[in-house]
Design a protein. Structure first.
Length: 600
């Protein structure tokens, strides 16, 4: 590239707006020369040379009235050559579709950590080194922190023998986070001593530098040290480009959960807590958490036991001297993340039909209708599952691809590249939706925008949304439906709604089922249905696994005895539907509002 720059830049230097056609010809010729290189194996290999060349043009040519133009996508003035030294949308689409097979492979086959104790011993060895890249690799493996946090921006203090309090800027805008506790794979004092030696070595060298500048100066040295020191212990994907990221965000959370995660805490939730993944911690649905965990690579690695089988244990060091549960998991009255009911059963259309008449006149027809609806729903569910699996595979590629670009405040060519990636991705969705009717294009867009709002694997991809008044992923600027498409989705959803014409009658019928089930032994199915309607609990919870006890006159304490939910460390109050009636009334002296459903 240096050779090409020495030829290209002098040709562009004397040219300006008056010679725009000549600039266009030179840029197109240069791109065509790149495409014809015999060593080019994949079109996506041209992304890095193009980005670096555009950066070099920005650094080389000062902008004047004679050589600049206003980029309509970013609203910023740029050198005129950048208008033409770029790939077409079609070429970006071809590059975008190149890694789909790799994403599928990554999703289906997690990477094994066959020698975890040897790897932990290697961490201790690296922390004793006098070579700064090895120190950084050791600190990253021991704490899961990014290299810029370790080198410059992070604040580390000891919390316990095997944990630290960490505060660091979580975005390129250098906004300091509140301190949060992270476990260390080795003694915390060893980690702090290593951080001190690294900072002492560099002194004030990074003062005033941007996050990207710090990373560019040090990343190659750290990558080399990582490959040399732990390359034989940590497997990577064939096309993985950043080993340090795999160590800090894939290996560390897996080993930390294996060593310190309590049995009552889900491993995803534990990983999100120690990685300070706020979007996951604030998620309100199981589906949302699952999507975020996949994007954050919490299941990228698995620990193997001495027999080569997956070791699914967790918290194996808890109880040892000096090893404590993280403070956030000691609190019995801390944050409890509920799992609201995601899928609501459709009300039966014959709710108000007389039971006796239905048995006499409509039993056969009702049975056929139920079978038909069951078949239709089964087909819809299978088609939607396949569509969601396809979309999730696309998410892996989309997030990883956008994470490769750093969007500065002025936008520029990297923002153009993200725009092209988004355009290519939306074209893929439209093509899939035209061929398969199981999921609409609008629903794909909505789900993807939710992923981008709740998962930011590359914080330098943020932008300030004036309309929303918050920072968000740059992809949300370009991944959006047209207004008529959103309106169509709203109409489709309204058409699928099922009305409850008489909620009070539904509650009354459920209470009647309870009475019948109590009085007649053979009517136990009626009893189960009544309990389900009045409490919202599932079949297995009612028949076998659930533990129910009264909390107030109109609420119960419930706990699943088998499927212990990590987001509810203890029994949680559940409102009883019988509290609803034809009239609103004030709470009595012995009644209180439900803790997780205020006001109900």
């Amino acid at each position: 590239m240096q050779e090409r720059w020495e030829r290209l830049l002098p040709m562009l230097a004397p040219l300006g707006c008056a010679q725009e056609e000549e600039i266009k010809r030179i840029c197109e010729a240069e791109l065509e020369l790149w495409r014809r290189r015999p060593s080019l194996k994949r079109a996506s290999s041209l992304q890095k040379p193009l980005t670096e060349t555009r950066h070099r043009i920005r650094e080389t040519f000062p902008l004047t009235q004679e050589n600049c133009w206003c980029n309509p996508k970013s609203g910023q003035k740029e050198h005129l050559s950048l208008k033409y030294l770029n790939f077409s949308t079609q070429e970006w689409r071809q590059m975008a579709a190149a890694s789909e097979r790799e994403v599928q492979e990554r999703r289906e086959h997690p990477l094994p950590l066959a020698r975890p104790w040897e790897l932990i011993g290697k961490v201790e060895h690296l922390l004793q080194s006098n070579v700064w890249p090895q120190l950084v690799v050791g600190i990253g493996l021991a704490t899961g922190r990014g290299l810029v946090e370790i080198l410059h921006t992070g604040h580390f203090t000891k919390k316990s023998a095997y944990s630290l309090l960490v505060a660091a800027p979580m975005t390129v805008y250098e906004v300091m986070s509140d301190p949060f506790e992270v476990p260390t794979l080795v003694e915390a004092s060893q980690v702090l001593a290593a951080v001190h030696r690294v900072r002492q070595f560099f002194g004030n060298h990074f003062q005033g530098l941007r996050r990207r500048d710090v990373s560019q100066q040090c990343l190659s040295h750290i990558q080399e040290a990582a490959y040399k020191q732990v390359g034989n212990l940590v497997p990577l994907r064939p096309l993985a480009r950043n080993m340090y990221t795999s160590l800090a965000h894939g290996v560390y959370p897996r080993l930390a959960a294996w060593l310190y995660c309590p049995l009552t805490v889900d491993t995803w939730y534990y990983a999100a807590t120690i990685q300070h993944h706020q979007k996951f911690l604030e998620a309100t649905s199981a589906e949302e958490r699952s999507t975020l965990a996949q994007m954050a690579l919490y299941d990228e690695y698995v620990v193997l036991d001495e027999h080569g089988s997956i070791d699914e244990r967790r918290g194996i060091r808890l109880g040892e001297p000096g090893v404590e549960v993280l403070e956030v998991f000691k609190q019995t009255d801390g944050r409890v993340h509920g799992v609201p009911q995601e899928k609501r059963a459709r009300a039966q259309e014959e709710m108000q039909r007389d039971d006796g008449q239905e048995r006499e006149d409509g039993k056969g027809r009702a049975q056929r209708d139920r079978e038909r609806r069951s078949q239709v729903r089964a087909g819809e569910k299978e088609g939607k599952t396949l569509a969601l699996q396809w979309l999730e595979a696309r998410w892996h590629w989309l997030i990883a691809e956008m994470a490769e670009y750093v969007v500065d405040e002025g936008g520029g060519d990297e923002e153009e590249e993200i725009w092209a990636i988004c355009e290519a991705e939306m074209a893929q969705w439209r093509a899939y939706c035209r061929q398969n009717q199981s999921m609409s294009y609008q629903e794909m867009m909505m789900r993807t925008r939710l992923v981008l709002r709740t998962c930011l694997p590359a914080p330098w991809n943020e932008r300030w949304n004036e309309e929303a008044g918050e920072w968000e992923h740059i992809g949300l600027k370009y991944l959006r439906c047209r207004e008529d498409e959103w309106e169509q989705m709203r109409q489709d959803w309204q058409d699928r709604r099922v009305l409850l014409p008489d909620p009070e009658l539904i509650v009354a019928r459920a209470k009647g089922l309870l009475s019948r089930g109590v009085m007649e032994a053979e009517a136990w199915p009626d009893l189960v249905v009544g309990i389900a309607v009045l409490t919202g609990q599932g079949l297995m919870a009612i028949l076998k696994n659930g533990s129910f006890s009264q909390k107030t006159a109109y609420s119960l304490l419930f706990r699943d005895a088998v499927h212990d939910n990590p987001f509810f460390p203890g029994p949680f109050a559940h409102p009883d539907a019988r509290a609803s009636g034809p009239r609103r009334r004030s709470l009595g002296a012995g009644e209180r509002t439900c803790r997780w459903y205020p006001g109900r």
